[in-house]
Write a protein that binds this ligand. Sequence first.
Ligand SMILES: *Cc1c(COP(=O)(O)O)cnc(C)c1O
Length: 376
Amino acid sequence: MASDKKDNNNDILPFVDLTHQHEEIGDEILRCIHNVIKSGKFILDENVAAFESEAAEYLEVEFAVGIASGTDALQLALIALDVGEGDEVITTPFSFIATAEVIRHVGAKPVFVDIDARTFNLSAAHVEAVITEKTAAIMPTHIFGQPSDISELSTICNRHSIKLIEDCCQSFGAVFNGKKVGSFGDAGGFSFYPSKNLGALGDGGLVVTKHKEVADKICMLRNHGSTSPNQYELLGFNSRLDEIQAAVLREKLKNIDKYNTRRREIAHQYNQLLVNLPIVIPYEDPRGTHIFNQYTILSENRDDIASTLKSQNIESAIHYPMPLHKQPVINKDYPDLVLPVAEDVTKRCISLPIYPELREEFIQTISTAISTMFEY
Ligand SMILES: *Cc1c(COP(=O)(O)O)cnc(C)c1O
């Protein structure tokens, strides 16, 4: 059972607290899990199919395919779009490792382009300069829930006949120029890792696409490449979203707009409370709707902020302490690559607690802890 966190100074105020959301809709969640158990059908059945069509409708895309994780969703999207050995994929150095990992897993080479200093997203202005005859795709991440300049990236992809794959793993429901992210590209990958803004009770993911043949191929790839029982046409995987997770996600999808709106409200409260400090509050591109999967600020005093919060039992997180091209697994292929903006942001960024159930008083407590620190 979840206790009320932080009722005295010895309690930890966690970076993410998933207990309250599950208390609020706990009865519905238990009921839908119970129904799956009663049905005796746990793999690729009515809940997965229903969630796929409900998510497709919400995201305003033609096709949606439930997958075992966001990482797999991105990897299967690359495979289904024939991105592989010998290809180059232009991507961002400022993302979770999975973005680069999947490009490498399919045998392609990630080509990192520096980020925009305000949005922290792949800088569309620098993309065309690195396109070669090997470029097969561009894979931007909508980082922290803020859409990339996806219209511009889409135009570039069309001009050069290359694929666009959106890493939407932090941005379920984010909007750019009136359209949901995921609906711009040839494919988009979503994650339902529990702490994401639409989170399952375990791992889960989704691929969305406007192409029927891509959706069909992903349906095969997630299920060992089979078209019908005992008939295997593609070299596939076991990467299915399961019925229990799909049933839970259907319940939570009903509330996603409420959750995203609350995240935005909390972000705007933080903005007001932190505005006069030597801190860069998150920029919001006026063409889009940022859904604040993370609330990430920049400060020269990032480490002091983290230790001040920690001393008051408040958790924070660094997203990300290192750009992807500096990670040991990647860096050996790019020993001399310098991407100044991404490298600078990784030194100054810090994320504060944000989740729909974060209590009003804690937003105050956290902001006061930071502002008090700057008084000395
Ligand atoms: C979470 C995340 C992923 C991976 O999703 P999983 O469901 O954990 O596999 C990929 N890319 C980004 C940007 C993410 O935040």
